[in-house]
Design a protein around this ligand. Structure first.
Ligand code: LIP
Length: 274
């Protein structure tokens, strides 16, 4: 039976709103946390509860759907992207922000069927920001259509990027090298502390490009569709097609701008990939 994507979108949108209430209610309180891959890669009870709520809510209606969830994967489950309907979920993107009550964290969720993204939602419940897209139907911010800026000039571009959640020396030096190169050229560089919200800013036209090495599929899957539906491009940071599992990402308002950034930045190939 073919999946009714309207029904599917409405069901998941409702679950995201419900799960978002957990994040919003706890954002300004004290949280206990544990460290995952490094002392700056954090996990809270809320990350786990939100992921569970979303997965259980989806499974109750779509028992054959598969998942790639940040917390299940961090706990040792292998991330596997097959042709089956698969939900890629980051329950709290920007966990460090959430721990510090810095109000920029979000749920990022995407549905892929035969490895093609059909549905994407990025929801920051603390500031009531919701970015959505359906393949071929445009991108929206709080229900209003959005477009990328259309900027082509690197010297007029506002960039978003992150320092990441690893203190690995080799990676850190590439991150700093790239910021050093860009800060001398671009209009400005911003970090929201959430990869998904950084990407959403490009879709909104509030930023002109975003790149990051070391991100995971759950940080970028929803943002990828939202940016493309807003008229932007998403690529591998060396050029060529984006591989959601490669842990490498760049998006930009135009191909011309992406090409200029790609020509400038130093490459990094995180291992293992997703
Ligand atoms: C993190 C992002 C952070 C980015 C990391 C990671 P988490 O996600 O929010 O901005 O630099 O690569 O993806 O761990 O908070 O879900």
């Amino acid at each position: 039976m073919t999946l009714n994507l309207d029904e599917c979108y409405n069901h998941v949108y409702g679950l995201v709103e419900e799960a978002g209430k957990l994040i919003a209610a706890r954002n300004y309180g004290k949280k206990s946390m544990v460290e995952k891959s490094s002392d700056i890669d954090l996990l809270t009870e809320t990350d786990q509860q939100v992921e569970r709520l979303l997965m259980d809510g989806i499974t109750s209606k779509y028992p054959d759907h598969k998942f790639i969830g940040e917390e299940e994967t961090s706990a040792g489950k292998k991330a596997e992207l097959t042709n089956a309907p698969t939900w890629i979920i980051d329950p709290v993107d920007g966990t460090m922000n959430f721990v510090h009550s810095f109000p920029h964290s979000c749920i990022s969720i995407a549905l892929l069927i035969e490895k093609i993204t059909e549905i994407a939602i990025i929801h920051n419940p603390v500031l009531n920001q919701t970015f959505t897209a359906r393949r071929g139907k445009g991108a929206f911010y709080n229900d209003k259509p959005i477009r990328v800026s259309g900027e082509t000039r690197i010297e007029r571009a506002l960039a978003t990027t992150e320092f990441g959640t690893s203190r690995d020396e080799e990676k850190t030096s590439v991150v700093l090298e790239n910021i050093g190169k860009l800060v001398r050229v671009v209009h400005g560089i911003r970090s929201t502390g959430s990869a998904a919200l950084n990407i959403a800013m490009v879709a909104l036209g509030g930023a002109d490009f975003n790149y990051e090495f070391g991100i995971h599929a759950w940080d970028i899957a929803a943002g990828d569709l939202i940016v493309r539906e807003a008229g932007g491009v998403c690529l591998d940071p060396a050029g060529g097609p984006l591989d959601l599992m490669s842990r490498r990402f760049i998006c930009a308002s135009t191909q011309e701008l992406a090409d200029k950034v790609i020509a400038l930045i130093t490459q990094y190939y995180p291992q293992p990939t997703d």
